[in-house]
Design a protein around this ligand. Structure first.
Ligand code: MG
Length: 415
């Protein structure tokens, strides 16, 4: 019997694995890795020997078992800031239910979509996955309400809060796991993607970011992250919105064309099935439809400019990873619906007011009394100034930790 036949039987569950299977399985995995590497699209980030995007600030020996971007993924997943995403609000706080997305589960959904999209386009999946896993690591507690409140606090001191730039500072400075250096020492490709996945920065306003090719477009692996993020939350927020009782399926179908169309299709396929299962099926179909649209449109755009290397993507002034005009119009329609009916509804606005009160009170408390900051932050006050240091401390907190701080400080102030 050939080893491959024996492996086949093992895969089909007819035999138990033995040393030969495992050995052969590993060599097949290695062949698979090589094949994947060899079949990358010409415009993909190669991640191979000599790729300048693999540069790290501090030298790190290459590993035979993992690619550099796979190592970045592991460094990100093992970071404290990544683990704290479990305790940070996406849209709904976990105080109301354990079923809602946290920023961590949202991140995992983005990673799935990004990886599938990268795979279909022949892009570097490891880079795309690392970028998806790190894309929200700079978010403060309480979702966008927390981010707005922190930004308003900093503006009073002539500074701004930007979660992409904060993410870069986390991976470059705040994470302390290694003996030889501060930060996670990620590759240049991942650091560039962290700041450029969702917006562009000018060298005039951000001279400190000049090593990140600010006058060039980011690689497709970074461009797809923002849209994978959109697909993930457009799907999840409808789902969590219905779960919370704040949105109704019939109302969504009356106002969100893409979901309505998907719902009609699945209702035809599953006649007589309960509405909540049809809604789940419709959400899945909508997510697949948007992902397929992103893949097809990005592929067509790349072909249309005759791109056949990464430099062609970098030198093209517009982003090529976009939705088709129809999908883009439907995306905007749904986003408007979510803003009008969910993000700004009374119940969530109450949460936002509370977030504003907590963030602003704590920010003012430490600005007025910096000696109350943890000692670990004293040094940063000297280099970054007090306002930035207080914002950094608050931005790192989970929802539950910041609420605890708020309760303790209220008690202290009252005494
Ligand atoms: Mg996100």
């Amino acid at each position: 019997m050939f080893i491959s036949d024996s492996l086949e039987e093992f895969r089909e569950g007819k035999t138990l694995p033995n040393a030969t299977h495992i050995q052969t399985g590993l060599s097949l995995v290695n062949q698979e890795l090589q094949r994947t590497g060899g079949s990358l699209h010409l415009c993909a980030v190669s991640g191979g020997e000599g790729d300048p995007l693999l540069a790290r600030v501090y030298p790190a020996p290459l590993r035979a078992s993992r690619t550099s971007f796979q190592r970045d993924r592991e460094r990100i997943v093992q970071a404290r800031a990544f683990r704290r995403l479990a305790g940070k609000t996406q849209v709904f706080t976990s105080r109301a239910s354990d079923h809602f997305r946290s920023r961590l589960t949202h991140t995992m959904e983005v990673a799935q979509i990004a990886r599938a999209t990268a795979s279909a386009l022949g892009l570097n999946e490891d880079l795309a996955e690392s970028l998806a896993l790190v894309h929200d690591i700079g978010h403060p507690p309480f979702g966008h309400a927390g981010e707005r409140a922190l930004d308003r606090c900093l503006q009073r001191h002539g500074r701004r809060f930007d979660h992409n730039l904060h993410a870069l500072r986390i991976v470059e400075h705040f994470e302390q796991r290694y003996a030889a250096h501060r930060g996670l020492n990620l590759t240049l490709g991942v650091r560039e993607g962290i700041i450029k996945h969702s917006r562009d920065y000018s060298t005039d306003q951000h001279p400190d970011l000049s090593p990140y090719f600010l006058n060039q477009s980011p690689p497709l692996e970074a461009q797809i992250i923002d849209l994978a993020d959109e697909i993930a939350y457009l799907t999840a927020d409808l789902d969590d919105g219905v779960e919370s009782g704040l949105l109704e399926i019939a109302h969504i179908c009356d106002h969100v064309e893409i979901l309505a169309r998907c719902y009609r299709i699945v209702a035809k396929q599953h006649a007589g099935v309960d509405q909540k299962y049809l809604f789940n099926e419709a959400l899945q179909l909508m997510q697949n439809t948007l992902t397929d649209d992103l893949i097809e449109t990005t592929r067509a755009n790349t072909r249309a400019i005759g791109a056949n290397c990464l430099e062609d993507i970098r030198n093209h002034p517009e982003r090529l990873a976009v939705f088709s005009p129809q999908a883009e119009a439907e995306r905007l329609q749904e986003k408007r619906y979510l803003y009008d009916t969910l993000y700004t509804c009374r119940e969530l606005e109450n949460e936002h007011d509370k977030a504003e009160e907590v963030v602003t009170s704590l920010f003012n408390y430490w600005i007025e009394d910096p000696a109350e900051l943890p000692a670990a932050y004293f040094e940063e006050v000297q280099t970054e100034g007090l306002a930035r240091t207080v914002a950094d401390y608050i931005a790192g907190m989970t929802d539950s930790f910041i609420l605890l701080q708020y309760a303790q400080i209220k008690r202290t102030v009252r005494r």
